[in-house]
Design a protein around this ligand. Structure first.
Ligand SMILES: C[S@@+](CC[C@H](N)C(=O)[O-])C[C@H]1O[C@@H](n2cnc3c(N)ncnc32)[C@H](O)[C@@H]1O
Length: 187
């Protein structure tokens, strides 16, 4: 059966992340992807995770503490647009993931925004390893979601094919605006 965007995002990460890698969860939310990445990078790897909401930060810290994996994760209570402030200039990123939208069961007005998402993508591309991947899963059913989806689509289409393979994965016959996945792979 075809994978949902969520399951496909995990497959894409699994294929490219190995023990010892440095990776980024750009939108930690409740920490599901942060935990998944912490398992993939192993004891010698590092996950940098970002969110602007204390609720997300606390939920993720608790999830990682319970899994006894907090030591390989740096949690940053700040926007992903500041990602370069938390990486060494020569620190290469093997993968990053964004889940765009709002935190489930939380304030629907606190959403990711086109300008800061683009700034974070620009920054992460400068640190991305060859064969590394940036995955963007766009939830766009909320107010402001369609504009952000359009901005990400335009951004991805503008990336030069000499340097990047870019994929868009979308179910086109489903109701209720299922998320759309983009994957940028550096050549
Ligand atoms: C769709 S949720 C993420 C869900 C998450 N992947 C999970 O496993 O629960 C989007 C998150 O992005 C966060 N967010 C909004 N603007 C942000 C920004 N500039 N930088 C980092 N996170 C941001 C929101 O607070 C929210 O928690």
């Amino acid at each position: 059966m075809l994978k949902t965007a969520l399951h496909f995002s995990h497959q894409l990460l699994k294929e490219c992340v190995k023990n010892g890698d440095t990776v980024v969860d750009a939108t930690m939310g409740n920490g599901h992807d942060t935990l998944f990445l912490a398992e993939l990078v192993g004891a010698s790897g590092k996950v940098h995770a970002f969110d602007i909401q204390e609720q997300a930060f606390n939920a993720t810290r608790q999830r990682l503490t319970e899994a006894k994996l907090l030591d390989r994760v740096s949690l940053h209570l700040t926007g992903h647009e500041y990602v370069l402030d938390y990486l060494q200039p020569d620190e290469r990123i093997q993968a990053a993931i964004f889940n765009l939208g709002y935190l489930p069961n939380s304030d629907k007005n606190c959403i990711t925004l086109p300008a800061t998402t683009k700034q974070a993508l620009d920054s992460l591309l400068t640190q991305l390893s060859a064969k590394g991947r940036i995955i963007v899963v766009s939830y766009y059913g909320h107010v402001g979601g369609k504009e952000e989806l359009q901005a990400v689509d335009t951004y991805c289409q503008s990336l030069p094919q000499e340097s990047y393979n870019v994929l868009k994965y979308q179910f086109i016959n489903q109701k209720n605006q299922p998320p759309i996945l983009f994957c940028i792979e550096k050549k």
